[in-house]
Design a protein around this ligand. Structure first.
Ligand code: AMP
Length: 408
């Protein structure tokens, strides 16, 4: 299928070509006709599937067909997303794909961490499209600095994460403040019950699309689990970075402080490492991402929430330095490598403490990762009380370990 057959205006076809998109992705093929026809939509689609353009293109298409009415500029499109980086990325996509429209749409990002005054003044010069994180948007609504009474299209992007990070109350306030006559589009990496409940609340007779691309992309990723003592993880990581030449590597940790400490230690040892987490000021987050995207930083140490949805092409490897809490996040994390047919490596560190949790992650994702060890970073035998009465006897464990060693 080609973009031509989706009935997009010439200026959009030109923009798509300028971006080097040859053909629409699966989510684009399926969502564009629904959205241009004005239907509400709930779509399960991951970052990397082309989901941003899947709503940006038809929204711009609809805006183009309403042109010529000479109405004053009013916010017609509101996109809500959980993270600041994602908001900036979506705003950029609206601008890039709308650049050949006449006139191009005015796009404003409303996110925390950047100057409130600048955002208020950007809004007062007129915006057609606003891309916002919920907190700052509500702040502006309370200050009556934003008029959302003319919103005809609402997009909730990464809806599962919006709920996970506790934006439910903010969404309720926002939904109550919006005009009732509007088109609603919901995109989510997963569609668990709570997201379906939200879509039932927000959407009218929605078309539900599930694009099962995750599995195929995961198939191109080489997944490895390394057994390593907790305290040896950094040295093993450094050893792997030095010997495996992965190129750009995203390292996931559980906490902000963990990200800062690990990135700092890597830098001390001569690695070009940067960090991305919710504790950073917005300019620092942008700086970190820019350094990583441009290749000036080889390694980015990130927490899940900060890394959600950000688009970093061609990652060589993803490392689960800490295991993700939610099993579904394992797939989201490793999906950051091996994109678009490229092969990638996903490495997971595990020790006796985290073994059970990794097993749960494997079970939920129908995976079986072979445990391996690296010479010089071997894990000790499991503590006696953990194995008591459960798994194999200690003597047997040893021979298993020896077997693992032999495989190296
Ligand atoms: P997303 O899933 O929206 O984060 O998009 C992931 C990446 O795919 C972005 O870098 C887009 O620019 C790119 N992209 C989106 N649509 C297409 C397409 N039809 N062909 C090739 N790349 C695309």
């Amino acid at each position: 299928m080609s973009f031509d057959s989706l009935g997009l205006s010439d200026h959009l076809l030109r923009a798509v070509q300028a971006q080097g998109y040859d053909a629409p992705t699966a989510i684009q093929q399926r969502s564009i006709p629904h959205i241009t026809a004005g239907a509400d939509l709930a779509a399960e689609a991951q970052t990397g599937s082309g989901k941003t353009a899947a709503f940006v293109l038809p929204i711009l298409q609809k805006m183009a067909s309403h042109r010529g009415e000479l109405t004053p500029i009013k916010i017609g499109v509101l996109t809500i997303t959980p993270t600041r980086e994602l908001a900036l990325q979506i705003a950029e996509t609206f601008k890039l794909l709308g650049q050949f429209a006449d006139p191009p749409p005015r796009v404003v990002s409303i996110i925390g961490g950047l100057s409130l005054g600048d955002q208020i003044s950007a809004l007062s010069s007129g915006a057609d499209i606003v891309v916002a994180t919920p907190g700052r948007l509500l702040d502006l609504m309370e200050r009556e600095a934003i008029d959302i009474n003319h919103v005809h299209t609402l997009v909730l992007d990464e809806a599962d994460k919006l709920l996970d990070v506790g934006f439910n109350d903010e969404l309720t306030v926002l939904l109550n403040a919006l005009p009732t006559q509007r088109q609603n589009l919901l995109f989510s990496a997963t569609l668990p019950q709570k997201v379906l409940k939200l879509s039932a609340r927000v959407l009218n007779n929605p078309t539900v699309l599930r694009i099962d691309e995750q599995r195929t992309s995961v198939a191109t990723i080489e997944q490895r689990a390394y057994q390593v003592e907790r305290d040896d993880r950094r040295l093993l990581l450094q050893h792997l970075l030095e010997t495996e030449h992965w190129g750009q590597t995203l390292v996931f940790v559980a906490t902000q402080i963990g990200a800062t400490n690990l990135a700092r230690k890597l830098r001390v040892d001569g690695f070009l490492a940067t960090e991305l987490h919710g504790g950073l000021e917005q300019p620092d987050r942008i700086f970190a991402l820019t350094r990583f995207r441009s290749g000036r930083a080889q390694i980015m140490v990130a927490t899940d929430i900060a890394a959600r949805g950000i688009d970093i092409p061609l990652l060589g490897a993803v490392v689960n330095f800490d295991l993700p809490r939610a099993p579904a996040d394992y797939v989201h994390r490793i999906g950051r490598t091996g994109r678009a047919g490229e092969s990638g490596v996903a490495v997971t560190f595990v020790d006796h403490e985290t073994e059970d949790h990794l097993r749960l992650i494997e079970k939920k994702n129908q995976l079986m990762l072979t445990r391996r060890q690296v010479l010089g970073f071997e894990i000790s035998d499991a503590p006696a009380e953990k194995t008591k009465g459960l798994g194999p006897k200690k003597g047997k464990r040893k021979s298993k370990k020896d077997k693992l060693r032999e495989r190296q």
